[in-house]
Design a binder for this molecule. Sequence first.
Ligand code: PBG
Ligand code: ZN
Length: 322
Amino acid sequence: MRMRRLRQNKVIREMLKETRLNVSEFIYPLFLVEGENIKREIKSMPGIYHFSLDKLEEEILELVDLGIKAVLLFGVPASKDSCGSSAYADDGIIQRGIKKIKSITDEILVITDVCMCEYTDHGHCGIVDENGNVLNDETLEYLAKISVSHAKMGADIIAPSDMMDLRVEKIRKALDENGFKYTPIMSYSAKYASSYYGPFRDAAESAPQFGDRLSYQMDFHNGQEAMREIELDLEEGADFIIIKPALSYLDIIKEAKYNFNTHIVAYNVSGEYSMVTNAIKAGLLDESIIYEKLISIKRAGADLIISYHAKQMAKWIKEGKY
Ligand code: PBG
Ligand code: ZN
C-alpha cells in the first residue's frame, strides 16, 4: 500500500478532503458599548472592536456581504449593581442592540449571551450572598427575566452561559409562557472554568471582583462530567449545546458528537484567538494557522463554530482561498 498515491496532486487532494468549512457555520461575537461614534479596538484582542450602536450598521452590512449568518451579542453596560439590573432593562445595551440590528437586516440571526457577570458589580455570573456564595435558584429568576427581555426585543436565539443548574428548564418555561415557544435555546452546556477567557473579561469588563468561577463552571480535569451536563441540558430542552473553550477541548467535542444526536457548537474563545493573532503579528506563525485550527474544530465534530476569526475566514472563503 502507498498512501502517497492519493496525495500526489492538488486536484485529487481537493476531491478527498474529509472536512470543509462553510461560511454559514460561523457565529461572530460582537461587543456592544454605550456612547456614540465608538469603534475602538480591544487591546487584548487585536482586530476585534467595541461598537456603539450608531457604528453597528457598517459592520452588520459587512457581515451580510460576507455571508455570515449569525452574531452573538455581548454588552458592556453603563452601570452595574448587585443583581445586574441593566441586563434586563428595556433600554439596556443588548435590548437596544437587538432592535438596532433587526432594523438593519433580517438576514442575520441575533443570538444573545445570557449571563450576569457583565452586569453585576461583583462580576459573578449570578446572585451572590453575604458570604460570597453564588446562589443557584435565586439566579434562575434573573436569567429567565433577561432571556424574556431579549426575546421581546427580537432575539432569535437565547444562549445562557452562566452554568447554573436547571437554567435551561427555567428559561424554556419562561419563554413559552411569554409567547416565545419557537425561540431556541443554545446552551453553554460544557463550559469549563478556563484561563482562555482572559482577553474576553478585559473586553467585556466582566472579571470576578473576588474569588473565581470554579463553583459553577466545569473543572477541566473532567471529561465524563461534560457528557452529563450535555445530557441534562438536552433533557431540559436545549436546542443546541455549546462546548467551550474549543481547542484544548477537542476530545469533549468529539465525544459529544458520538454520544448525542444534536447540534454541537464549539466556542473558539478569546484566549485562543489572541494567542494565534499575536503569534501571527510577531511573525512566529503563518496566518494559515487560523484555517488549520478551525478545520481541527470542525473535524472533531463541531457543527457550528463561534469564532472571532469568522470574518477573516469568510473573506478567505469568498476569495476562493479555501
Ligand atoms: C460570560 C461569558 C464568558 C465568555 C462567554 N460568555 C466569560 C466567562 O465566563 O468568564 C468567554 C468568551 C471568550 O473568552 O471568548 N459568562
Ligand atoms: Zn458570566
